[in-house]
Design a protein around this ligand. Structure first.
Ligand code: GLY
Length: 257
């Protein structure tokens, strides 16, 4: 199987993105586009087939494709996104995913963002956040149950999405910020904690051959290097201002070679 990374170009309106926990700061659009190019190049250098959908001037957050769908080997589940301004993002992503997956769809009033969904084997941890509610988690559980997945809710009191505070380094290991989420459902994993001075560092993207991580979190990168992870530092500083990180900018899934 090949691995595809589905991405979407940065909207010219990125500076008007949704913000929940952060104050708005100026975003340099040219720098954001260059950082996105470098991110796509890093994924391509690891052998992923990087698809780049066009951006949309009417959808400021459109480059954060992760939130629009949950893709497992058997199905792509389209999200009922928690922010009204983002709901128009789903259609273009659905068109791309339909080439490789059956589509299922979660509809309102249930709310769910893909950034709240952490798939670990057949267990699917779903953040209960400002964007994803219990009905969203139940709807995802119903969509994935025929394929043997178990959905486990995780309280997310301190940040936008579950994956702002917990991402997988490998099948047994998570990188976490324990200050922002309830760790109890995740205690069966080997947990690596971010450096306390770098609360945003838990969002990394592990793919075969390397772990993409923001280069601006050196203390946490040291912890990961000490454990032997093959780090691919990338700069996502303009996207951090939009309350996003490395996982937000792609959906990675298997495709036929
Ligand atoms: N700016 C990313 C989000 O709020 O979804």
């Amino acid at each position: 199987m090949a691995l595809r990374a589905l991405t979407r170009e940065v909207s010219p309106a990125l500076a008007s993105c949704e913000l929940t926990f952060l104050e708005r700061e100026p975003i340099d659009l040219g720098r954001a586009a260059a950082q996105h190019d470098a991110y796509c190049a890093a994924l391509a250098s690891l052998g992923l087939d990087v698809a780049r959908l066009p951006g949309d001037p009417g959808l400021p957050d459109c480059c954060f494709v992760e939130d629009t769908a949950v893709v497992v080997d058997e199905v792509a589940v389209l999200a009922s996104m928690g922010a009204a301004s983002r709901r128009g993002e789903v259609a273009a992503v659905a068109g791309a995913l339909a080439k490789h997956r059956e589509l299922a769809r979660i509809g309102p009033p249930a709310r769910i963002d893909g950034g709240d969904v952490l798939v670990a084997g057949r267990r699917v941890f779903v953040g209960q956040s400002g964007r994803t509610d219990a009905a969203g988690a139940r709807a995802l559980a119903n969509a994935l149950a025929p394929f043997g997945y178990e959905v486990i809710p995780v309280a997310v009191p301190g940040c936008l999405h579950l994956k702002s505070a917990a991402t997988a380094l490998d099948a047994e290991t998570l990188l976490v910020n324990a200050e922002w989420i309830d760790l109890a459902p995740l205690l069966g994993f080997d947990l690596v904690h971010v450096d306390p001075a770098e609360p945003w560092a838990a969002n990394v993207l592990a793919v075969p051959g390397g772990v993409l991580a923001h280069r601006g979190f050196p203390r946490t990168l040291e912890r990961l290097a000490a454990r032997g992870y093959d780090l691919r530092p990338v700069d996502v500083s303009e996207f951090l201002k939009a309350e996003a990180g490395v996982t937000c900018k792609s959906i990675v899934y298997k495709t036929p070679p």
